[in-house]
Ligand binder design. Sequence first.
Ligand SMILES: [Ca+2]
Ligand SMILES: [Ca+2]
Length: 192
Amino acid sequence: MKDTIALYDLIKLVRYGDILLVRNPNILGTVIKWFQELQGDEAIYTHAAIISDSPPHIYEAAETLKEETLHKYIDYDICLIRHNLMTFDRYEKAVINVIRPHLGDIYPFHRLILHAVDNSVNWILRKIGVKCRLKTAKWVSYNMAVCSEWVDMFYHDIGLVDEWRGHNPDDIHDRALAHPENWRIIYEGKLI
Ligand SMILES: [Ca+2]
Ligand SMILES: [Ca+2]
C-alpha cells in the first residue's frame, strides 16, 4: 500500500531548501509525464517546488513564480528531496539571488513546448540508433525557466547543481536516486 503522510506531519518533516516533487494528475501533468517518459524511464512527478524557511510555504513556478502553501497539494503524490550540503546560509543566498527578484514573473509556457520537441525528436533519434541529442530547451533559455528549471537554478546559484536549463521534474527525481551521496529522499508517498 502507498505510504501516506498528514500535512501536519509533513510540515514537521520539511526543511528550508528541500525540493518538493508533485505528481499532477490533470491534463497538463499527464502530457508532461508522457513527454518526460520519451526519455525512456518512468516519470512519476510532473511539478517541482522549493520549501521555504516558513513551512507550509513553498516557492513554485505555476502561472507565475510565487509563494504558495503545501495545502495546495493535499491528495497528491509527492516526493521530498534534501541535499546533504544545504545550509541556511546557502538557502538564504539562493532566495535573495534567484527567488526574490523574480517573484511574479510569468511562467514561460512556450518553454514547455521546447522540452516537448526535444523529448520527441530524441525519442526518434534513439529509435533509429543515432547517438546525438537535440537540446533546444538547454540552449534557448532567454533566462526564463519552467518549474523544475527554477528549482535547479536555485541549486545552481549556490553551487550544488552544475546546470539548470532543460531539466524536467523527473530529471530531479532520477538524480536523487542516482546520487544518494548528495541527495536524500526524505519522504515519498501521498499527502493527506
Ligand atoms: Ca524517472
Ligand atoms: Ca527520466
